[in-house]
Design a protein around this ligand. Structure first.
Ligand SMILES: [Zn+2]
Length: 700
């Protein structure tokens, strides 16, 4: 188990990479041999300045953006009670959990030639860092994490909405709040607006679980919260976490040529994540009840920004909490780290319902990211704009698809209506119109553009050599690629140079040129996910996949929240079919303490399970309490040890467990994305076979 943990810990995980970005240069990288003179102020020795073409694109963008509208800045500053003095918040484990120091450069100049002016503006807005009054009785601490934490005055204490990602930042927020406003009153209730970790992960920083279990502090969440809270990140978790290196730019230092924030907030904190299960669920579409003496109306909004989410209206304060359904940005329909594509029409309709149920009278709108909106006119403007943004994207992308525009063209054809483009809160700081429009087609029509050539194509590495040969070889491609690059035709340049990199993964000159091309495309992006992805691609092409360190590990709370069925399903994914040819057995699994039974079957090199069933004559019956099984899932005690000391009971052929274990594979969280970037031979380390190895939950 310890070896497994070390292996996992050698990879930077969500939010922690920043603290260690300085360690991440590979000494053995072949890239180190022919270093050009580094660009002053660039974090990478091969980094380039923005070209005159990139400068033109950014200048043009600036001229066309609604900079005269400064309301966001007024709203972002309004109600400041106290700025947070310490720019760093330490983790209990000793490292830096949160660091606002590294974003101060954004305030030092009004323009950076390597940052899109609209993205810069958003990142400067996200540099707010302190305690704010929303209205008397409602307060927010902003800038302590990717998300905001909100406090609403109840009869006996404070009702907390969305306690950040980690215990350390939530605790620091609570402390600042108590120093100025809290009057020493306790937390009287917690509300989780939705299933993403930036809305619950810090809960242990502000309440004790015993107070929740005793009923003193209710924890309220939308129905099916627990089922959806971890399921989104388990099955494809390793792939999603690798992809986060691109979407969230985890290896890029905060700098004008690197990471400049995440749009939703500056970053994800790197402390301890925990989860206390809710004690009360909002089940109906609309439910009204008192929370610590405050009347609240909850609106469930399933399958919007998250699989389960809810808005809340507080009528006596005329305050509307829009969770993450309405923020100061276009959100992701398709998220680049990977997730099932969201339903923009459904999302739009829930915003519309919120508008007509609450928004016609609400005087303030606040949410779990960004800053509030005051006055009914402004509340309605924002709700209506966001409603139309998601509806338009759904309807007009399909309008075009119905005329033959494909997933490979739509991002070049679909445009957000001009009126919405002129609203800052409809611009793409999380979703972009480009990747979201492709997502809408993916949702309805899938990946295929209906051209048979793209139906079962060769893998890129297999088709590339022919292209390279036909184009006259590497030298010619590099010469033409450089020419296109020098003409500012970056999208054309990447087409041919990528083919060369695919065909010749060890051609460092090709990788360096592709990195230069990616970098210019990255600088030109308004959307941080697109920017980060291009800059991350450039980074890995230049340096190789780095080795970092991180203090992150899986939270026992998350293991507890994983259902046995989810765990068994995941074993079916970890199992390598090729190792299971010819195996055939049936296992009855019984977990007496929670009354569950499963029939697990290996047949046709496929591992299946079905809840509530038992085989009549199984090869093996395994009986273990669910609470003990969790020890094995967490890697704390092997299944073998459970059987040896009698905690687990087996009847039948116990050697089947060994046989099954021999088919499990540990997923490598450092798999290669760009060819030729895996610069070290990776150790193969075996986990305890039945360890669940969940990846960290993904903040969004
Ligand atoms: Zn969020």
């Amino acid at each position: 188990m310890s070896t497994r943990r070390q292996f996992i810990q050698s990879v930077p995980a969500v939010g922690t990479a920043f603290a260690v970005a300085g360690h991440l240069v590979l000494n053995e990288s072949p890239a180190q041999a022919q270093e050009p003179t580094p660009l002053k102020g660039h974090f990478h020795p091969k980094g380039k300045a923005p070209s005159k073409f990139t400068l033109d694109v950014l200048k043009q963008a600036k001229a066309n953006l609604p900079f005269a509208d400064k309301r966001d800045f007024e709203e972002q500053q309004r109600g400041l009670i106290a700025a947070m003095k310490d720019r760093k918040i330490m983790a209990d484990a000793g490292h830096v959990a949160w660091d606002m120091e590294r974003f101060q450069f954004l305030n030092e100049r009004t323009e950076f030639d390597s940052i899109h002016p609209s993205l810069l503006r958003q990142s400067v807005l996200n540099n707010n860092y302190g305690l704010y009054e929303v209205i008397p009785g409602i307060y927010q601490v902003r800038g302590f994490d990717l998300s905001d934490i909100s406090f609403v005055r109840g009869k006996t204490g404070w009702i907390v909405f969305d306690p950040l990602v980690t215990a350390e930042t939530a605790r620091a927020a609570w402390k600042l709040f108590q120093e100025h406003v809290g009057e020493g009153l306790p937390v009287s209730a917690i509300i989780y607006s939705h299933t993403h970790v930036d809305h619950w992960g810090g809960v242990r920083g502000i309440v004790h679980e015993a107070d929740v279990r005793s009923g003193r502090i209710p924890v309220i969440a939308p129905i099916d919260f627990m089922e959806h809270t971890i399921s989104e990140n388990v099955y494809a978790g390793n792939a999603m976490n690798r992809r986060l290196f691109y979407q969230y730019g985890l290896l890029l230092p905060a700098s004008p040529h690197g990471y400049v924030g995440q749009g939703l907030g500056q970053a994800v904190s790197a402390g301890a994540t925990g989860l206390i299960a809710p004690s009360r669920y909002v089940e109906a579409a609309i439910e009204e009840f008192d929370v610590d003496g405050v009347k609240m109306i909850f609106q469930n909004t399933p399958n919007t920004e998250a699989p389960r989410e809810m808005n809340t209206y507080i009528p006596e304060m005329k305050a509307l909490w829009m969770a993450e359904n309405v923020i100061a940005s276009l959100h992701n329909i398709y998220t680049l780290r990977g997730a099932p594509v969201r339903d923009p029409l459904n999302w739009s309709k829930y915003i519309s319902q919120a508008l007509y149920r609450f928004g016609l009278e609400a005087e303030v709108l606040f949410a779990s990211h960004h800053w509030p909106r005051w006055g009914n006119d402004r509340v309605q403007e924002v709700l209506r704009g966001q409603r139309d943004l998601y509806a338009n994207m759904n309807n007009q992308v399909l309008h075009l698809a119905n005329q033959g525009v494909t997933i490979n063209q739509i991002h070049n054809v679909y445009e957000v209506p001009k009126g919405l483009q002129a609203k800052w809160f409809c611009r793409g700081y999380h979703g972009s119109p480009e990747h979201n429009s492709r997502g809408v087609i993916q949702r309805y029509l899938g990946f295929w553009d209906c051209n048979p050539t793209t139906l079962i194509p060769l893998s890129p590495g297999d088709s590339a050599p022919l292209y390279v040969e036909m184009m006259g070889g590497a030298k010619k491609i590099i010469a033409r690629g450089r020419k296109l690059h020098n003409q500012g035709k970056y999208l054309l340049a990447q087409e041919i140079v990528n083919k060369l990199v695919q065909a010749e993964p060890q051609n460092q000159a090709a990788k360096d040129l592709l990195a230069d091309i990616f970098e210019q495309i990255g600088y030109q992006q308004e959307n941080p996910g697109l920017r980060n992805s291009f800059l991350a691609g450039a980074y890995e092409l230049r340096t190789g996949i780095p080795q970092g360190e991180t203090a992150d590990s899986s939270s026992p709370d998350v293991i507890r929240a994983m259902s046995t069925e989810l765990f068994l399903n995941f074993l079916g994914i970890r199992m390598d079919s090729r190792k299971a040819e010819g195996m055939r057995f049936t296992i009855n699994l019984i977990t007496p303490d929670n009354g569950e039974k499963f029939l697990i079957e290996m047949e046709n090199a496929t591992l299946t399970n079905i809840a509530g069933f038992q085989a009549k004559s199984p090869n093996l019956t395994l009986t273990i309490n669910r609470s003990d099984l969790e020890q094995t899932m967490a890697g704390a005690k092997t299944l073998e040890a459970q059987i040896a000391d009698g905690t687990a009971k087996v009847e039948g052929d116990a050697s089947i467990l060994k046989q099954l274990a021999s088919t499990f594979v540990d997923f490598d969280p450092r798999f290669e994305i760009m060819p030729g970037t895996k610069s070290r031979t990776l150790e193969v380390v075996t986990a305890d076979p039945y360890e669940a190895v969940p990846r960290p939950n993904i903040a969004e």
